[in-house]
Design a protein around this ligand. Sequence first.
Ligand code: AMP
Length: 384
Amino acid sequence: MTTVGILGAGQLGRMLALAGYPLGLCFRFLDPAPGAPAGQMAEHIQGDYADTATLERFSAGLDVVTYEFENVPIAAARFLAGRVPVYPPPLALEVAQDRLAEKTFFRSIGAATPPFAPVDSRESLDAAIAQIGLPAVLKTRRLGYDGKGQMVLRAPSDLDAAWAALGATPLILEGFVRFERELSILAARGRGGETAFYPLIENHHRDGILRLSLAPAPGVTSALQAEAEQIAARALTALEYVGVLAIELFEVAGDGSWEVEAGASPQYQPPSPISHLLVNEMAPRVHNSGHWTIEGAETSQFEQHLRAVLGLPLGANTPRGHSAMVNLIGALPDPSAALAIRGAHLHLYGKEPRPARKVGHITVRADAIEELQARLARALDLVR
Ligand code: AMP
């Protein structure tokens, strides 16, 4: 029996296992949290990622190790890589864990990003503002997610409070981007270097949390899709990546008007002709904006990730009609009401509802876009 070890046992791990069972795979999870969603369906070792004895026990007999959570200590990934193949490579984890390393990496492969500067002291915050201008977003370099650990700075009077709230750890200041919309691209690379790209996805956030994804993103030209694929292809190659990689993007007007108004850095030049898409961040794993692929694509992102890390042929990424994914956040809807919507698929993660917690999602699928809009309106009514 091929056994896949997964670091993290959240809903992404659970959906990886659900995709792997038809392929005859077994799963073992490592996660410090009791009652983690994937533990309800597979072996769950509850322990600390930093504990060598736990890692030994976890890795015994595994065929491959992967992650569903990117804030695993690098030392743990490297320790495991000495025993079992670990994909994506720990380097990808390292780059993704630090927003400064991540943006520097994307610039190095010729992708544009928002203007950014490191902030390590109150003085360097002033210097970064002088360079980048206001408004700007101050973020912790590490361990931020779902909009946590970041503040928008609009006026010089905001600086002291932001520094008091965030200044205890290394930070990055980014120019506040007037984007047209947020997109993401999911790409996969197999062990032999073959690649596959899903169509661009349009994402809507509120309070820093993903609420809704539309796929394929409406109105995407083949040129825009090609730009996104080029960024993803370069990242996959540079990282010698294996698995599914998600890249979050800002679509901006091509004329530079997205740049921060006041004091935009005169030195700042987008480093490449790729100028309609700015990279916000990447996730070296399956991603919330790809949940629609379970019903909405020929091969789901979860199956694709497993195929890639196991050295199996990649599947087709072709979409099946139009999909919309609505996250269930903080509360569960009446399941009967959700299932009464034609083309709706309900996914619950086995988590206790708590404010701001993702407890499930609904994907609605339709062959025609008008049909999708009607079904989506009903799904959105359930989460209001
Ligand atoms: P992040 O944790 O970096 O993905 O940020 C969460 C959300 O904040 C993003 O999805 C955007 O909606 C918004 N955001 C982050 N960075 C910027 C930026 N530099 N300019 C404008 N909005 C941003």
